[in-house]
Ligand binder design. Structure first.
Ligand code: PNW
Length: 482
């Protein structure tokens, strides 16, 4: 290779970008890079989305409202009153969206099923047209060589279920969720081999029923909110059993959980032990209870008289063995060992800690390594997936029709570098689902915070691959950080 002056190198790059070279779909000469960060053979690269965030078509084919329809239509709940009424219109454009993935070379896709399409009233009569839609999506994915991984609950609870029994405030909802999940598994498990029960327990319980930020927007007291948490993990366990009971042999079940990730500020034995203690205690109400089939003492002591009421047999259901654990990973907490009874202290975040436009999305790429390592060492799951990772960015479509999201490329490269470390150290991490395939309805933030690697013009529904899509395409092609 000829040596370049800084200036001529810069010029060349710009010229290539303007000629479309950076985004070209044709063959790209891959540099032979002897020190590439190569992933284990067969590592699965995918993208993730969720029903209410992309589908739109909220009144079509028998779908009835979910709590998110009601919430987003309530003044003051979402940015500018934005809703998922249309979103990415993926209900009609799913074939286009599957082609976006085919162009990337992804082998797996994490999607969710909208409960109110399948059981518009939460329970009772199934809606054939609703389940038929997911059958069409699954068939189209398979025809394009993409394996669907299906989430049963990505927060679109049927409004009727909320109205009838108070949603997750009642164990009636845990039971209804299991029935719905069993039905979906029965209909799809001839073609879908991986199911996730719940997505992000803290968001579907605390954010929705305790802090009022997500649908249904309630602000319950601690004891009632802890019962919501309990009903949610019970629903997860019941769904695991229902899916197993009604699916074809070989169907695998897990969940997609955004457990709080604790990274040791210093990586020595004491720091690593502190991170594990923090992981177990800090996730006691969700992942720890699920992995251990019990509430750890420190959680029960902390909650005191507000601790959840547990019926006989609940913890066994909650602890139903899983085939894999999915982790949604965004942001770390830093810990150090100390002499307190818990044995660790969380270090307060300094004001200047860098974050992406979503104010909660602090950038600490080692989060991916510690997510995998802490969970692996504590509970020894046989298979882990990263079921979400990615970032928001203030993307701008330039006059030349491109989105130069070098900030997202930076974010992804650094996170994948740390995931690579976990993979080569032998932890059982088998795949990565990037959040998200395309810009979509970002819950209470509406359409402001874009998480996609494809830019979506929400007026025209045009999808444009961002620079990060090309980064991901190259990463997948090389099975190495691009
Ligand atoms: C996850 N927080 O949500 C969800 O699973 C996705 O649906 C979502 O679009 C994505 O991450 C990006 O936000 C979260 O406030 C929402 O800490 C909020 C938080 C975390 C995750």
């Amino acid at each position: 290779m000829q040596p370049h002056s800084r200036r001529s190198f810069g010029k060349k790059l710009t010229a290539a970008a303007l000629a479309g070279g950076v985004f070209s779909e044709g063959a790209v000469a891959e540099p032979q890079h002897p020190k590439r960060l190569t992933f284990p053979e067969g590592f699965l690269w995918g993208c993730a989305t969720a029903s209410y965030q992309i589908e739109g078509a909220v009144l079509e084919d028998g779908r009835k409202p979910s709590v998110w329809d009601t919430f987003s239509h309530t003044p003051g709940k979402t940015h500018n009153g934005e809703t998922g009424d249309v979103a990415d219109d993926s209900y009609h454009r799913y074939k286009t969206d599957i082609q976006l993935m085919k162009n990337l070379g992804v082998k797996v896709y994490r999607m969710s099923v909208a409960w109110p399409r399948v059981f518009p009233d939460g329970t009772g009569q199934a809606n054939e047209k609703g389940i038929n839609y997911y059958e069409r999506v699954v068939d189209e994915l398979l025809a394009n060589g993409i394996d669907p991984y299906v989430t049963m609950y990505h927060w679109d609870l049927p409004q009727a279920q909320q109205d009838r029994v108070g949603g997750w405030q009642s164990r009636e909802t845990s039971k209804a969720f299991a029935d719905y999940s069993g039905f979906v598994a029965k209909r799809l498990s001839d073609r879908v081999h991986h199911f996730f029960t719940t997505n992000e327990l803290v968001c579907m319980t605390d954010l929705a029923y305790r802090w009022g930020q997500f649908a249904p927007g309630l602000k319950l007291a601690a004891a009632e909110a802890n019962q919501v948490r309990h009903n949610a993990i019970l629903g997860h366990g019941m769904a695991v059993q229902a899916i197993r009971a009604s699916s074809k042999p070989g169907t695998l079940v897990g969940l997609a959980e955004n457990a709080t990730v604790y990274a040791p500020v210093f990586e020595d034995d004491a720091g690593i032990a502190a991170a594990q203690k923090a992981t177990r205690h800090g996730n006691a109400q969700f992942l720890t209870a699920i992995m251990e089939g019990k509430y750890v003492e420190s959680y029960l002591a902390q909650e005191g008289s507000a601790a959840p009421k547990v019926e006989a047999g609940d913890m066994k259901i909650i602890g139903s063995p899983l085939d894999f654990v999915g982790l949604n990973v965004y942001t770390p907490e830093y810990v150090r060992p100390d002499d307190s009874p818990l044995g660790f202290a969380v270090i307060p975040r300094p004001k200047s800690f860098p974050h992406m436009p979503s104010p909660w999305l602090f950038v600490g790429p080692e989060v991916l390594y510690w997510a995998v390592r802490n969970v692996s060492e504590l509970w020894k799951p046989t298979t882990l997936y990263i079921t979400e990772n990615g970032c928001s960015s203030l993307d701008v479509l330039t006059a030349d029709g491109h989105v130069y999201d070098t900030d997202r490329v930076m974010y992804l490269r650094n996170h994948l570098t740390h995931l690579h470390r976990a993979a080569v150290e032998g932890y059982p991490i088998k795949g990565y689902f990037l959040w998200s395939l395309m810009d979509n309805f970002e819950w209470a933030d509406g359409y402001t915070n874009r998480f996609g690697i494809h830019y979506v013009d929400f007026e025209t529904q045009k999808r444009t691959p961002k620079l990060s899509a090309e980064f991901y395409r190259r990463t997948i092609a090389a099975n190495a950080v691009a």
